[in-house]
Design a protein around this ligand. Sequence first.
Ligand code: PEP
Ligand code: MG
Length: 594
Amino acid sequence: MKIVRERAELRGIPVSPGIVIGRAYMVDRRQVHPPERIIEPGEVEDEIGRFRAALATTRDQLEQIKQHYQDRDLGDHGYLVDVHLLMLGDRMIVQDTEKLVREGLHSADWALWQVLERIKASFDAMEDEYFRDRRTDLDHLGDRILRNLTGLQHEALSTIRAEVVVVAHDLSPMDTAQMDVRRVRGFITDLGGRTSHTAILARSLNIPAVVGLENVTQVANGGDTIVVDGLSGRVIINPTEAELAAYREKKARYQVFRRELEALAALPAVTRDGHKVRVAANIELLQEIQNLRRYGAEGIGLYRTEFLYMNRDRPPTEDEHLGTYQKVLDAVQPYPVTVRTLDIGGDKMVHAVPTPDEVNPALGLRSIRLCLKERDLFKTQLRAVLRASAAGNLRVMFPMVSGVGELNAAMEVLDQAREELQDEGVPFDPHMPVGVMIEVPSAVVIADLLAPHVDFFSIGTNDLIQYALAIDRGNEHVAYLYEPLHPAVLRMVRSVCEVAHRHGIRVAVCGEMAGDELYTLVLLGLGVDELSMHALSVPRIKRVINHASLAEARELVTGILDLETASEVHEAVDSYMRSRYPGVLDPMEEGWGA
Ligand code: PEP
Ligand code: MG
């Protein structure tokens, strides 16, 4: 029978840039559903034996996957295997299944299936996101045990032979651990967002990916030709000849574009009139560090450490923190690594650190406020940061500080950590630079009071814009008011830079503004000394800096500071950039959020 390959087009979230045209490799996530089977009393012990053997095989497989993560230094995801291992020993799963076999005379497959369904139903009844995540874990684990029990092959991801686009409902770290990723040319999934496992893996491997496509697994068939546009989020299944030709051309243009940019990566970021700007990277996970040198990042300007606390039941121990920081420092040296202390609450929830249900979480018990309430948790991280500073170029900064009182309280905990380590004879760098993020408007206004206490400022424009303009940064209804070039934002950045320079300290910007070339000259002209962004954006921003002069940047800023509205400023900056630097505001990566 000939398969009719129909054309279809879907839109999702582009999470890793680039274009790929390839054959679909479907990852079948359909659940194993064993038939109901009643056994003879004489078969009970055999069934129990079979069940225990399947559990043992499952344990072996999980241990192997865990080893695989450790060998490839993908430790951040190894904890998910631990969750599966923990569930595997769960009394409910093991004892209840055996009880159903013994007392109900059900086959082991059927008994296990029933037990799993019951547990999942109780998870479904709970609203907590944590339990929804655990349900997915239980689905994946249950499927693995059932496949081992029934002799069905587990997903044959290890058998990918040709170069393919992997099409999946969702991919667990366990799936990708088994994949020969060298043959994977693209990822597309029904589920997922910018921080889903697939997105992070794709970015760290430089494989184009689009997630959140909702139903691509129903629309695509194995062997279909697929175009993945990781720049715009467009996915075409069985494209027309004309579309194929257009995409081949776009792919070639993109490759030239990236090659040209990457050739610039190794250059220092210096303006034509000799002004040096530090261009650093933002990272969330350890896996991302492998890209930093390739893209020419001069260290890490923002390490969002809250990702160390995610998808686990307990916060990381001091030694876990330390091990991770040391790996990051080793990979980046001699450049500095700026560790931002735990910044959760608001839109970043972490099960390992419970936060209260709040009517207005963006203004609630989050970030530094939470750390100052949970001082032991905070001190654990600070001790690890200090210990890591003994042998590396490490800086630490506190997020969401709204005033000197809060900063002093954070410094007090840092001092306690220092004293403890001193008493214990554990080495650390007593001069480790300490900074504060400027992302609450009150911090802008009292920047002169904060400056004498710290070694640097880092402006978090994502939150600063949200709080200054009263725009929820995640709310699509008011997204049109989220304007980085609002005159109030420009004045705040300028005033922070002036105050900082008067006190002899440097200012970085580590919000998304730093990674968009439209804003580069504006930020330099306002006095910003360092920019930190997604690593992929580094070459693009270096290119702007290398083309420009500080004098021009200042001239541009002088021309826009008196404008009244964000749209006037936007228009002025856009036309200045396009006339002075034709081609620099390249549309090639537009749509791909950094
Ligand atoms: C910011 O607010 O600009 C920032 C860099 O921090 P985050 O996006 O993690 O809140
Ligand atoms: Mg922030």
